[in-house]
Design a protein around this ligand. Structure first.
Ligand code: BGC
Length: 249
């Protein structure tokens, strides 16, 4: 069975059909840039264009960079504030003519890693998936069950919203070396391990293709691994969510 997965990120919106039994993409990923202001109608148009590109007529899952409750957007850290209170699922479904189930993008990536990737063998214990890109996304699993919308990218560190120092966007904005940036990411992760005592960190998001450049600088008591599905985890997890949970959410 195939479901179209879409990952809505700060710089790009990417989609591909996914075989939800194996977690494999069945066609090449299609990517369009995220519109600059990230307004609801603009993003909905790009989502519809991706669905149209694959001439898709069936279920779609979309990961979205905000806390999402029953399809409704609750926060707007890196998107236009007019999203708050909007039902993104309904908006995307209306624009595209397909049933679209929406969940937080990091939760989507975490579901993919727990089902098909680095967290597959962790049906017991606490796993924390961290996606590192324009923002920092988090997905918390206890005994394999997702606690959605944890938003631990926004805890306060040194008086600031943590992702302002530890995201990949911060690294680029400040022109930090990998070592300078990794020190900040490490502080963020250390804080999370003090709060949650995870058994495993899975690190993903756009920056993970460069993990060799910063993993040597991380000093954590918790084991940490790169996302096995790399930057595709968001697409795979969104499709998997629509397949398994979408109908009831
Ligand atoms: C948002 C999260 C999202 C993360 C990664 C954060 O700024 O608040 O909802 O998961 O960025 O995109």
């Amino acid at each position: 069975m195939e479901v179209l997965g879409i990952d809505i990120g700060g710089s790009g919106i990417k989609g591909a059909p996914v075989d939800v039994e194996t977690g494999q993409l069945t066609a090449e990923r299609y990517r369009l840039p995220t519109p600059e202001n990230a307004l609801p109608q603009e993003i909905a148009l790009v989502v519809a264009q991706i669905i149209e590109h694959f001439q898709w007529k069936n279920a779609v899952g979309a990961g979205f960079p905000a806390a999402i409750k029953y399809g409704v957007v609750q926060t707007a850290a890196n998107i236009h504030p007019s999203w708050i209170g909007m039902n993104a699922g309904n908006l995307f479904s209306e624009k595209s003519g397909c049933p679209v189930s929406v969940l937080n993008d990091a939760d989507a990536a975490g579901l993919a890693e727990m089902t098909f990737g680095a967290g597959k063998d962790y049906s017991r214990g606490v796993v924390l998936m961290i996606t590192i890109g324009t923002g920092i996304g988090t997905a918390l699993f206890t005994d394999g069950v997702l606690v959605p919308n944890t938003e631990l990218g926004h805890i306060e560190i040194r008086g600031k919203d943590a992702e302002r120092r530890s995201s990949d966007a911060a690294r680029q904005r400040k022109d930090w070396t990998w070592a300078e940036w990794a020190k900040r990411l490490n502080e963020h992760l250390q804080r999370l391990e003090a709060l949650f005592w995870p058994d495993l960190f899975i690190l993903g998001g756009g920056v993970i293709k460069n993990h060799e450049k910063f993993f040597p600088y991380l000093n954590l008591r918790t084991p940490f691994v790169p996302a096995k599905l790399g930057n595709l985890a968001g697409i795979v997890g969104a499709a998997w969510y629509a397949h398994t949970k979408g109908a009831s959410s």
